[in-house]
Design a protein around this ligand. Structure first.
Ligand code: SF4
Length: 205
């Protein structure tokens, strides 16, 4: 039986990501993760406390009124901890628009299939590309859209079959967005990025 929920606990959203998959993408970083990857990219989104509860209807509306989107990218935090809400969100959105779905997760695809968790299985059924496994900084080889070489990019549907190279070995880029809430780095960080960013922030202060 699937869980009943109509809200999503959000770490951050960014409606015009150009660095997390093909085209312009609506990026959603969910709040909460139970993994403990060393040098986690996003420690501020690991706490499983409530950060910002967004109604699914409002988030879906935001996605649907964002022009020029190719798709949605889910990251975090750990999307599979909120699989029920994310499944519902993508179902609402896809009723009106055909958008692709890319999802990062610390679980491996094998683990998710073995678990057979109904919510996670339902969400998996909506995902076009799954980038799986825990981040391992010593295996960060600056290649493509996965954070480290132990992670696998699974093309679960044929939608990006002709763009695999882009996912696997494209040069990474980071978008930096600054607003009143602070700085948001959008993309898969290359090795040493956290240190470089700190240096840049210091130099402009
Ligand atoms: S899975 Fe992602 S958010 Fe969770 S600890 Fe690892 S890098 Fe951080």
């Amino acid at each position: 039986m699937m869980s009943e929920t109509n809200t999503l606990n959000i770490g951050a959203i960014y409606p015009c990501a150009k660095t997390l998959g093909p085209g312009k993408r609506f990026a959603i970083w969910v709040q909460g993760c139970l993994f403990d990857c060393p040098e986690c990219y996003s420690p501020e989104w690991r706490s499983v406390k409530i950060k910002c509860l967004l109604p699914l209807s409002a988030l879906a509306e935001h996605i649907l009124r964002t022009p020029g989107l190719e798709g949605v990218t889910l990251s975090g935090g750990e999307p599979m901890l909120q699989a029920s809400a994310l499944f519902k969100l993508i179902k609402i959105v896809r009723k009106s628009r055909s958008l692709s779905l890319i999802c990062y997760t610390g679980f491996t695809l094998k683990q998710l299939r073995r678990q057979g968790h109904p919510d996670r299985t339902a969400l998996l059924g909506q995902i076009d590309v799954l980038i799986d496994g825990k981040y391992t900084p010593s295996l960060n080889d600056n290649q493509g859209l996965r954070g480290s070489a132990n992670q696998t990019i699974h093309f679960l549907t044929g939608i990006y079959a002709d763009r695999k190279v882009e996912f696997i070995s494209a040069r990474r880029a980071i978008q930096i967005h600054v607003d009143e809430d602070g700085l948001l780095a959008v993309g898969v960080p290359p090795q040493g990025f956290a240190k470089d960013l700190k240096r840049i922030v210091k130099s402009v202060k």
